[in-house]
Design a protein around this ligand. Structure first.
Ligand SMILES: [Zn+2]
Length: 229
């Protein structure tokens, strides 16, 4: 027993030393303002972000079936969070997921949101290969730990690549998303699910995801995003 705990402590120390050396070589830089020395998301950027309170965090979207989808967002999409999200997704700073997800978990709790499983909005394999990670899955993992609910990464799959939505109109976004997702009924049937995405813009993506989940037999669907544009 003594030997095992001694080995474990050496490994633990080694990991801490490694993390320390890594920080020295590549010091974390704030994803919002670019400042060094205060981790991946600094206090000033956190304070400048327009975090939403429970009452203002909810919007309701209409699904093709006429049902409504409640979407809870942690913040308004604006500087410095906008820069932070850009860094997170496009400049290879997946470490930002932890700080961002903490706010998402807090707003989910403030809204008394509960679900049997957490479903990250999936990326198509091509996009996943380009980016190296799915930002929604990273957020979902931290939220899962905070809320004590499992991540259901296989519940929803992106079966068709889609164009980047940023330059499309609301109608074009809806068209772009149609038929892009498929749900796995055995992971979905009779369950209350929480969709997780980074930004709510027109809602075309979340509406399509929720629609597909209900079609596959989900009992209830809500959505949680970091920001709302
Ligand atoms: Zn900052």
């Amino acid at each position: 027993m003594l030997r095992i705990s001694a080995i474990a402590s050496v490994i633990g120390r080694g990991q801490r030393t490694f993390a320390f050396l890594l920080d020295l070589l590549y010091p974390p830089r704030c994803g919002g303002c670019g400042k060094y020395g205060e981790g991946w998301w600094c206090t000033a950027c956190n304070n400048r972000t327009q975090w939403l309170n429970a009452r203002d965090s909810r919007v309701s979207l209409e699904l093709p079936s006429g049902q409504s989808l409640t979407v809870i967002s942690a913040a308004n999409f604006g500087p410095p969070l906008r820069e932070g999200i850009h860094c997170f997704k496009y400049e290879g700073q997946p470490q930002l997921a932890e700080a961002f997800a903490a706010h998402m978990s807090a707003i989910a709790k403030a809204n008394a949101l509960s679900a049997d499983g957490i479903v990250p909005v999936p990326l198509h394999a091509t996009r996943l290969k380009e980016r190296g990670f799915n930002q929604s899955l990273l957020l979902a993992r931290h939220i899962s730990a905070a809320l004590g609910r499992p991540v259901e990464a296989r519940a929803l799959q992106r079966i068709r690549p889609t164009q980047q939505q940023a330059h499309l109109s609301a109608t074009a976004r809806k068209e772009n998303m149609r038929g892009a997702f498929a749900a796995l009924p055995e992971r979905v049937q009779g369950r209350a699910l929480m969709l997780v995405d980074d930004v709510l813009t027109t809602g075309a993506t979340l509406v399509e995801c929720a629609h597909v989940l209900y079609e596959a037999g989900a009992q209830h669907v809500v959505a949680l995003t970091l920001a709302r544009a």
